[in-house]
Design a protein around this ligand. Structure first.
Ligand code: ADP
Ligand code: MG
Length: 330
């Protein structure tokens, strides 16, 4: 009897155990990016080469879009360009800018790609994270007009853009990470990988399954470290991104200040603690999680309209929506 039990439990253990994963973690875009690939029949060398190629692609995107550091790029050049003087942007920047401007409109300005000067002033993504807010005067002085980016008016060159004043500075911080994840997945797929996750500090896109099972994803509680608000089993092709006020923040005189800025005021948005979106790409999930964070409860209707799943935890800790019942989950 005892022996049978041992055999059965061994069998169950084997049946339930995870398949062999290849994991790698790189520091890209200011965060730890974790790659998990189900090895399957692939050669280990091939999987490692695929992960390296994906990581290199994500690094390329960071270099192209970042407004930090000393390496020149087109976005930094634009941000330093003479106001009202059109300059050309590379195709890829042009495309993400077009998408950003359209989502700025759709989100009623909650997502704004022209907050560069304000974000640099707050300094959350800089080398020395802040411990006190800037002065109200400094914030006012750094604020851009909402629609300060103009396309070349005569339409002769669709890739030329100008800015109306010096405070109008591009910042793709709320969308570029999602875009980089999408490109990373594209590279993995091009290498024949069908089952994988890229997790960039909680911004996730997953493909396929984890062996016999779905991938297991937990949504972090914004206030109780180690607690999970929802646990999900997801498979297929799912992008899931959270914007929260608990990763880059400081407490000053008893008040929390964080890196998600209300574009109307230039101060941290006060509608939510965290906003999670499931969308058809990591780019969309990234951009909309930021917008929903800023909009709070009133943004949920738009997400329903866009058919994107939402989990919002408002400023008081009240939970709205659920990411469960995704067609791909079970
Ligand atoms: P995380 O980088 O923590 O994943 P997000 O994707 O929400 O978070 O992006 C936050 C970054 O986006 C900020 O660091 C800043 O650069 C920029 N940002 C802050 N507020 C806004 C906003 N309202 N619209 C667009 N970008 C923003
Ligand atoms: Mg975002």
């Amino acid at each position: 009897m005892f022996k049978t039990l041992i055999i059965i439990s061994l069998f169950l253990l084997t049946a339930c155990s995870s398949p062999a994963d290849v994991q790698d973690t790189r520091f890209i875009m200011g965060t730890l990016v974790k790659f998990t690939v189900v090895k399957g029949d692939h050669d280990l060398d091939d999987v490692e080469a695929a992960i390296s190629a994906a990581a290199n692609e994500m690094q390329r995107i960071e270099d192209m879009f970042t407004i930090y550091g000393n390496h020149p790029n087109a976005v930094k050049s634009f941000n330093a360009s003479m106001p009202n003087t059109p300059i050309a942007l590379p195709d890829e920047v042009n495309q993400l800018l077009e998408r950003s401007l359209s989502i700025q409109q759709q989100s009623n300005g909650a997502f704004s790609p022209v907050l560069g000067a304000v974000n640099l002033l707050w300094g959350f993504s800089g080398e020395n994270p802040p411990s006190a807010p800037p002065s109200a005067d400094a914030i006012r002085a750094a604020m851009p007009a909402a629609h300060c980016i103009k396309k070349q008016p005569d339409g002769s060159d669709l890739h030329k853009w100008s800015r109306t004043h010096a405070n109008c500075q591009l910042d793709f911080g709320a969308i570029a990470k999602g875009y980089a994840i999408d490109q990373g997945i594209k590279i993995l797929k091009a290498h024949g990988i069908q089952h994988a996750i890229i997790n960039a500090g909680g911004d996730i896109r997953l493909i396929g399954k984890h062996g016999e099972r779905a991938w297991h994803i937990g949504i972090r509680h914004p206030r109780k470290q180690g607690d999970v608000v929802e646990a999900l089993n997801l498979q297929g092709d799912v992008s899931i991104v959270t914007s929260g006020d608990y990763e880059r923040f400081f407490i000053y005189k008893g008040k929390r200040y964080h890196h998600l800025i209300n574009p109307e005021t230039g101060w941290p948005a006060t509608s939510a603690q965290s906003a999670t979106i499931i969308a058809s790409s990591a780019t969309l999930a990234d951009v909309w999680s930021t917008a929903l964070f800023v909009q709070g409860q009133q943004g949920i209707k738009l997400q329903n309209h866009l058919q994107q799943k939402v989990l919002l935890i408002d400023y008081n800790g009240k939970i709205y929506g659920s990411l469960k019942s995704n067609p791909d989950s079970h």
